[in-house]
Design a binder for this molecule. Structure first.
Ligand code: NAI
Length: 319
Protein backbone atom coordinates (compact mmCIF):
# COMPACT_ATOMS: atom_id res chain seq x y z
CA UNK A 1 0.00 0.00 0.00
CA UNK A 2 1.33 3.37 -1.01
CA UNK A 3 0.95 6.24 1.38
CA UNK A 4 -0.30 9.71 0.66
CA UNK A 5 3.33 10.81 1.06
CA UNK A 6 3.96 9.56 -2.51
CA UNK A 7 3.98 12.31 -5.14
CA UNK A 8 0.48 12.99 -6.37
CA UNK A 9 -1.05 11.57 -9.51
CA UNK A 10 -2.51 14.12 -11.89
CA UNK A 11 -5.59 13.25 -13.92
CA UNK A 12 -6.07 15.51 -16.96
CA UNK A 13 -9.72 15.36 -18.03
CA UNK A 14 -12.23 14.43 -15.35
CA UNK A 15 -14.91 12.68 -17.42
CA UNK A 16 -15.94 9.03 -17.20
CA UNK A 17 -12.44 7.56 -17.39
CA UNK A 18 -10.67 10.32 -15.44
CA UNK A 19 -13.09 9.82 -12.58
CA UNK A 20 -12.46 6.05 -12.53
CA UNK A 21 -8.69 6.55 -12.50
CA UNK A 22 -9.05 9.04 -9.62
CA UNK A 23 -10.97 6.47 -7.57
CA UNK A 24 -8.47 3.72 -8.37
CA UNK A 25 -5.41 5.79 -7.45
CA UNK A 26 -7.08 6.96 -4.22
CA UNK A 27 -7.92 3.34 -3.38
CA UNK A 28 -4.18 2.64 -3.57
CA UNK A 29 -3.46 5.46 -1.12
CA UNK A 30 -2.18 7.98 -3.69
CA UNK A 31 -2.98 11.67 -3.58
CA UNK A 32 -4.88 12.63 -6.73
CA UNK A 33 -5.29 16.00 -8.43
CA UNK A 34 -8.12 16.28 -10.92
CA UNK A 35 -7.69 18.83 -13.70
CA UNK A 36 -10.25 19.70 -16.35
CA UNK A 37 -10.79 22.56 -18.75
CA UNK A 38 -14.34 22.87 -17.37
CA UNK A 39 -14.40 23.94 -13.71
CA UNK A 40 -17.98 22.71 -13.36
CA UNK A 41 -16.92 19.28 -14.60
CA UNK A 42 -14.39 19.02 -11.75
CA UNK A 43 -17.07 19.95 -9.21
CA UNK A 44 -19.53 17.42 -10.64
CA UNK A 45 -16.90 14.69 -10.77
CA UNK A 46 -15.87 15.24 -7.15
CA UNK A 47 -19.54 14.99 -6.12
CA UNK A 48 -20.06 11.84 -8.18
CA UNK A 49 -16.92 10.24 -6.76
CA UNK A 50 -18.22 10.95 -3.23
CA UNK A 51 -21.57 9.31 -4.04
CA UNK A 52 -19.94 6.32 -5.75
CA UNK A 53 -17.45 5.71 -2.95
CA UNK A 54 -20.13 5.87 -0.25
CA UNK A 55 -22.28 3.37 -2.15
CA UNK A 56 -19.30 1.09 -2.77
CA UNK A 57 -18.42 1.24 0.93
CA UNK A 58 -22.00 0.41 1.97
CA UNK A 59 -22.05 -2.61 -0.33
CA UNK A 60 -18.60 -3.78 0.83
CA UNK A 61 -17.13 -3.25 -2.66
CA UNK A 62 -14.85 -0.28 -2.00
CA UNK A 63 -11.34 -1.06 -3.19
CA UNK A 64 -8.24 -0.73 -1.02
CA UNK A 65 -7.82 -0.71 2.74
CA UNK A 66 -8.74 2.94 3.39
CA UNK A 67 -12.26 4.09 4.25
CA UNK A 68 -14.30 6.11 1.75
CA UNK A 69 -13.65 9.30 3.76
CA UNK A 70 -9.90 8.62 3.83
CA UNK A 71 -9.87 8.01 0.07
CA UNK A 72 -12.00 11.09 -0.59
CA UNK A 73 -9.59 13.24 1.41
CA UNK A 74 -6.84 12.24 -1.04
CA UNK A 75 -8.65 13.64 -4.09
CA UNK A 76 -8.75 17.34 -4.92
CA UNK A 77 -9.66 19.44 -7.93
CA UNK A 78 -7.30 21.85 -9.66
CA UNK A 79 -8.10 24.33 -12.44
CA UNK A 80 -4.56 25.58 -13.12
CA UNK A 81 -2.46 23.15 -15.17
CA UNK A 82 0.85 24.66 -14.02
CA UNK A 83 -0.07 24.14 -10.35
CA UNK A 84 -1.58 20.75 -11.10
CA UNK A 85 1.67 19.44 -12.61
CA UNK A 86 3.77 20.52 -9.62
CA UNK A 87 5.22 17.51 -7.79
CA UNK A 88 3.22 14.99 -9.82
CA UNK A 89 4.92 11.62 -10.30
CA UNK A 90 2.40 10.28 -12.83
CA UNK A 91 0.09 12.17 -15.21
CA UNK A 92 -2.85 10.25 -16.65
CA UNK A 93 -4.41 12.02 -19.64
CA UNK A 94 -8.15 11.34 -20.09
CA UNK A 95 -9.41 13.98 -22.53
CA UNK A 96 -11.72 13.04 -25.45
CA UNK A 97 -10.43 10.72 -28.17
CA UNK A 98 -9.19 13.41 -30.57
CA UNK A 99 -5.61 13.18 -31.82
CA UNK A 100 -5.12 16.92 -32.32
CA UNK A 101 -6.52 17.76 -28.87
CA UNK A 102 -4.37 15.15 -27.17
CA UNK A 103 -1.25 16.27 -29.09
CA UNK A 104 -1.92 19.86 -28.02
CA UNK A 105 -2.19 18.81 -24.37
CA UNK A 106 0.96 16.66 -24.51
CA UNK A 107 2.89 19.54 -26.14
CA UNK A 108 1.69 21.83 -23.33
CA UNK A 109 2.64 19.32 -20.63
CA UNK A 110 5.99 18.59 -22.33
CA UNK A 111 7.00 22.21 -21.76
CA UNK A 112 6.28 22.24 -18.04
CA UNK A 113 7.10 18.74 -16.74
CA UNK A 114 10.40 17.61 -15.23
CA UNK A 115 12.45 14.53 -16.11
CA UNK A 116 10.92 12.23 -13.53
CA UNK A 117 7.21 12.29 -14.14
CA UNK A 118 5.46 9.73 -16.34
CA UNK A 119 3.13 11.01 -19.03
CA UNK A 120 0.47 8.42 -19.74
CA UNK A 121 -2.49 8.48 -22.13
CA UNK A 122 -5.77 6.60 -21.65
CA UNK A 123 -6.41 6.55 -25.39
CA UNK A 124 -8.45 3.62 -26.69
CA UNK A 125 -6.91 3.47 -30.13
CA UNK A 126 -4.50 6.31 -30.97
CA UNK A 127 -0.97 5.07 -31.57
CA UNK A 128 1.85 6.26 -29.28
CA UNK A 129 4.00 7.12 -32.34
CA UNK A 130 1.34 9.65 -33.37
CA UNK A 131 0.48 10.92 -29.86
CA UNK A 132 4.01 11.51 -28.59
CA UNK A 133 5.86 12.39 -31.84
CA UNK A 134 8.43 15.13 -31.33
CA UNK A 135 8.06 15.49 -27.55
CA UNK A 136 11.23 16.33 -25.62
CA UNK A 137 10.14 13.95 -22.84
CA UNK A 138 9.13 11.10 -25.17
CA UNK A 139 11.13 8.61 -23.06
CA UNK A 140 8.66 9.27 -20.23
CA UNK A 141 5.55 8.72 -22.37
CA UNK A 142 3.34 5.69 -22.89
CA UNK A 143 -0.27 4.65 -23.33
CA UNK A 144 -2.02 3.04 -20.35
CA UNK A 145 -5.32 1.94 -21.86
CA UNK A 146 -7.97 0.94 -19.30
CA UNK A 147 -11.09 -1.11 -19.96
CA UNK A 148 -14.50 0.35 -19.24
CA UNK A 149 -15.55 0.30 -16.41
CA UNK A 150 -11.97 0.46 -15.05
CA UNK A 151 -13.06 0.21 -11.40
CA UNK A 152 -14.47 -3.26 -12.08
CA UNK A 153 -12.33 -4.54 -14.96
CA UNK A 154 -8.67 -4.44 -13.94
CA UNK A 155 -6.89 -4.89 -17.28
CA UNK A 156 -4.63 -2.03 -18.42
CA UNK A 157 -2.71 -2.26 -21.71
CA UNK A 158 0.68 -0.55 -21.52
CA UNK A 159 1.84 0.51 -24.99
CA UNK A 160 5.17 2.28 -25.46
CA UNK A 161 6.30 4.72 -28.15
CA UNK A 162 9.38 3.26 -29.94
CA UNK A 163 11.51 5.71 -27.89
CA UNK A 164 9.84 5.12 -24.51
CA UNK A 165 12.43 4.16 -21.87
CA UNK A 166 11.98 0.62 -20.51
CA UNK A 167 12.03 2.15 -17.00
CA UNK A 168 8.89 4.14 -17.86
CA UNK A 169 7.01 0.95 -18.69
CA UNK A 170 8.40 -0.82 -15.60
CA UNK A 171 7.40 2.04 -13.29
CA UNK A 172 3.90 2.24 -14.74
CA UNK A 173 3.52 -1.54 -14.53
CA UNK A 174 4.44 -1.43 -10.83
CA UNK A 175 2.11 1.53 -10.22
CA UNK A 176 -0.82 -0.24 -11.86
CA UNK A 177 -0.21 -3.32 -9.74
CA UNK A 178 -0.09 -1.15 -6.60
CA UNK A 179 -3.60 0.14 -7.33
CA UNK A 180 -4.91 -3.38 -7.94
CA UNK A 181 -5.06 -3.26 -11.75
CA UNK A 182 -3.71 -5.98 -14.04
CA UNK A 183 -1.24 -4.38 -16.45
CA UNK A 184 -0.04 -6.14 -19.60
CA UNK A 185 2.91 -5.04 -21.72
CA UNK A 186 2.14 -4.57 -25.41
CA UNK A 187 5.70 -4.92 -26.68
CA UNK A 188 5.23 -3.03 -29.97
CA UNK A 189 2.48 -0.62 -30.92
CA UNK A 190 -0.23 -1.98 -33.18
CA UNK A 191 -3.57 -0.53 -34.27
CA UNK A 192 -6.28 -1.57 -31.79
CA UNK A 193 -3.65 -2.74 -29.26
CA UNK A 194 -4.47 -6.30 -28.08
CA UNK A 195 -7.86 -6.15 -26.39
CA UNK A 196 -9.66 -4.43 -29.26
CA UNK A 197 -8.03 -6.66 -31.87
CA UNK A 198 -9.41 -9.70 -30.01
CA UNK A 199 -12.75 -7.99 -29.48
CA UNK A 200 -13.07 -7.03 -33.16
CA UNK A 201 -12.17 -10.56 -34.27
CA UNK A 202 -15.05 -11.88 -32.13
CA UNK A 203 -17.50 -9.16 -33.25
CA UNK A 204 -16.58 -9.74 -36.87
CA UNK A 205 -17.34 -13.48 -36.83
CA UNK A 206 -20.46 -12.93 -34.67
CA UNK A 207 -21.73 -10.50 -37.31
CA UNK A 208 -21.05 -12.87 -40.20
CA UNK A 209 -22.81 -15.77 -38.44
CA UNK A 210 -25.92 -13.63 -37.90
CA UNK A 211 -25.75 -12.12 -41.41
CA UNK A 212 -25.57 -15.58 -42.98
CA UNK A 213 -28.62 -16.71 -40.98
CA UNK A 214 -26.69 -19.38 -39.07
CA UNK A 215 -27.74 -18.22 -35.62
CA UNK A 216 -30.07 -15.57 -34.18
CA UNK A 217 -28.54 -12.46 -32.55
CA UNK A 218 -29.78 -13.46 -29.08
CA UNK A 219 -28.48 -17.04 -29.39
CA UNK A 220 -25.15 -15.70 -30.66
CA UNK A 221 -24.84 -13.67 -27.45
CA UNK A 222 -25.72 -16.74 -25.38
CA UNK A 223 -22.83 -18.65 -26.94
CA UNK A 224 -20.54 -16.10 -25.32
CA UNK A 225 -22.36 -15.25 -22.06
CA UNK A 226 -23.22 -18.88 -21.20
CA UNK A 227 -20.34 -20.57 -22.98
CA UNK A 228 -17.00 -19.19 -24.09
CA UNK A 229 -17.19 -16.10 -21.88
CA UNK A 230 -17.52 -18.14 -18.68
CA UNK A 231 -14.39 -20.06 -19.50
CA UNK A 232 -12.43 -17.01 -20.61
CA UNK A 233 -13.24 -15.11 -17.41
CA UNK A 234 -10.78 -17.39 -15.67
CA UNK A 235 -8.40 -18.69 -18.32
CA UNK A 236 -7.18 -17.18 -21.59
CA UNK A 237 -7.50 -18.89 -25.00
CA UNK A 238 -3.90 -20.12 -25.10
CA UNK A 239 -3.98 -21.73 -21.66
CA UNK A 240 -7.39 -23.19 -22.54
CA UNK A 241 -5.79 -24.92 -25.54
CA UNK A 242 -2.99 -26.19 -23.29
CA UNK A 243 -5.30 -27.78 -20.72
CA UNK A 244 -7.89 -29.03 -23.23
CA UNK A 245 -5.36 -31.60 -24.49
CA UNK A 246 -2.17 -33.07 -23.12
CA UNK A 247 -0.44 -29.70 -23.42
CA UNK A 248 -0.17 -27.16 -26.25
CA UNK A 249 1.82 -29.42 -28.59
CA UNK A 250 -0.78 -32.14 -28.26
CA UNK A 251 -3.64 -29.63 -28.84
CA UNK A 252 -2.08 -28.29 -32.05
CA UNK A 253 -1.32 -31.80 -33.20
CA UNK A 254 -4.91 -32.92 -32.59
CA UNK A 255 -6.87 -29.83 -33.60
CA UNK A 256 -4.53 -27.73 -35.78
CA UNK A 257 -5.92 -29.03 -39.08
CA UNK A 258 -9.56 -28.58 -37.97
CA UNK A 259 -8.86 -25.03 -36.82
CA UNK A 260 -7.25 -24.16 -40.16
CA UNK A 261 -10.12 -25.77 -42.10
CA UNK A 262 -12.74 -23.73 -40.21
CA UNK A 263 -10.67 -20.52 -40.31
CA UNK A 264 -10.46 -20.78 -44.12
CA UNK A 265 -14.28 -20.45 -44.24
CA UNK A 266 -14.30 -17.07 -42.44
CA UNK A 267 -15.77 -14.35 -44.66
CA UNK A 268 -14.69 -10.78 -45.41
CA UNK A 269 -14.83 -7.82 -42.99
CA UNK A 270 -18.53 -6.98 -42.43
CA UNK A 271 -19.91 -3.55 -43.39
CA UNK A 272 -21.83 -3.19 -40.07
CA UNK A 273 -24.67 -1.48 -41.94
CA UNK A 274 -27.82 -2.21 -43.98
CA UNK A 275 -30.27 -5.03 -43.24
CA UNK A 276 -28.01 -6.84 -40.76
CA UNK A 277 -27.58 -3.84 -38.47
CA UNK A 278 -31.38 -3.36 -38.49
CA UNK A 279 -31.91 -7.03 -37.64
CA UNK A 280 -29.35 -7.01 -34.80
CA UNK A 281 -30.66 -3.70 -33.45
CA UNK A 282 -34.25 -4.97 -33.31
CA UNK A 283 -33.17 -8.17 -31.61
CA UNK A 284 -31.16 -6.27 -28.98
CA UNK A 285 -34.08 -3.88 -28.31
CA UNK A 286 -36.41 -6.76 -27.42
CA UNK A 287 -34.40 -7.28 -24.24
CA UNK A 288 -32.97 -3.79 -23.72
CA UNK A 289 -34.82 -0.92 -25.45
CA UNK A 290 -32.29 1.64 -26.71
CA UNK A 291 -33.37 4.50 -24.44
CA UNK A 292 -31.16 6.02 -21.72
CA UNK A 293 -33.11 4.47 -18.80
CA UNK A 294 -33.01 0.90 -20.05
CA UNK A 295 -29.41 1.13 -21.22
CA UNK A 296 -28.31 2.64 -17.92
CA UNK A 297 -30.15 -0.03 -15.90
CA UNK A 298 -28.53 -2.76 -17.97
CA UNK A 299 -25.06 -1.19 -17.49
CA UNK A 300 -25.66 -1.08 -13.73
CA UNK A 301 -26.66 -4.75 -13.74
CA UNK A 302 -23.45 -5.56 -15.64
CA UNK A 303 -21.41 -3.61 -13.08
CA UNK A 304 -23.00 -5.56 -10.23
CA UNK A 305 -22.11 -8.81 -12.01
CA UNK A 306 -18.53 -7.63 -12.53
CA UNK A 307 -18.21 -6.72 -8.83
CA UNK A 308 -19.29 -10.24 -7.85
CA UNK A 309 -17.05 -11.82 -10.45
CA UNK A 310 -14.08 -9.77 -9.18
CA UNK A 311 -14.80 -11.02 -5.64
CA UNK A 312 -14.97 -14.61 -6.83
CA UNK A 313 -11.72 -14.27 -8.77
CA UNK A 314 -9.94 -12.81 -5.74
CA UNK A 315 -11.17 -15.71 -3.58
CA UNK A 316 -9.94 -18.43 -5.93
CA UNK A 317 -6.81 -20.03 -4.44
CA UNK A 318 -4.80 -20.28 -7.67
CA UNK A 319 -4.93 -17.68 -10.46
P1 NAI B 1 -15.30 12.11 -21.46
O1 NAI B 1 -15.84 12.88 -22.61
O2 NAI B 1 -16.23 11.46 -20.49
O3 NAI B 1 -14.29 13.04 -20.62
C1 NAI B 1 -13.36 13.89 -21.22
C2 NAI B 1 -13.06 15.04 -20.26
O4 NAI B 1 -11.98 15.79 -20.78
C3 NAI B 1 -14.23 16.01 -20.06
O5 NAI B 1 -14.47 16.17 -18.68
C4 NAI B 1 -13.74 17.29 -20.71
O6 NAI B 1 -14.24 18.47 -20.07
C5 NAI B 1 -12.24 17.16 -20.53
N1 NAI B 1 -11.45 17.99 -21.44
C6 NAI B 1 -11.71 18.33 -22.72
N2 NAI B 1 -10.72 19.10 -23.20
C7 NAI B 1 -9.83 19.25 -22.21
C8 NAI B 1 -8.60 19.95 -22.10
N3 NAI B 1 -8.10 20.65 -23.10
N4 NAI B 1 -7.94 19.89 -20.91
C9 NAI B 1 -8.44 19.19 -19.87
N5 NAI B 1 -9.61 18.52 -19.92
C10 NAI B 1 -10.29 18.54 -21.08
O7 NAI B 1 -14.32 11.02 -22.13
P2 NAI B 1 -13.94 9.56 -21.54
O8 NAI B 1 -14.96 8.57 -21.96
O9 NAI B 1 -13.59 9.69 -20.12
O10 NAI B 1 -12.64 9.23 -22.40
C11 NAI B 1 -11.37 9.79 -22.10
C12 NAI B 1 -10.29 8.97 -22.80
O11 NAI B 1 -10.32 7.63 -22.30
C13 NAI B 1 -10.45 8.88 -24.32
O12 NAI B 1 -9.19 8.90 -24.93
C14 NAI B 1 -11.08 7.52 -24.51
O13 NAI B 1 -10.79 6.94 -25.76
C15 NAI B 1 -10.38 6.72 -23.39
N6 NAI B 1 -11.12 5.54 -22.97
C16 NAI B 1 -12.49 5.59 -22.86
C17 NAI B 1 -13.19 4.44 -22.52
C18 NAI B 1 -14.68 4.49 -22.42
O14 NAI B 1 -15.30 3.44 -22.48
N7 NAI B 1 -15.29 5.66 -22.24
C19 NAI B 1 -12.49 3.16 -22.24
C20 NAI B 1 -11.06 3.26 -22.32
C21 NAI B 1 -10.40 4.41 -22.69
Amino acid sequence: MATSAAGPVLIVGSGLIGRSWAMLFASGGFRVKLYDIEQQQITNTLENIRKDMKLLEQSGSLKGSLSAEQQLSLISGCSNIQEAVEGAMHIQECVPEDLELKKKIFAQLDEIIGDNVILSSSTSCLLPSKLFAGLVHVKQCLVAHPVNPPYYVPLVELVPHPETAPATVDRTHALMQKIGQSPVRVLKEVDGFVLNRLQYAVISEAWRLVQEGIVSPSDLDLVMSHGLGLRYAFMGPLETMHVNAEGMLSYCDRYGESMKRVLKTFGPIPEFSGATVEKVHQAMCVKVPADPEHLSARRQWREQCLVRLAKLKSQMPFQ
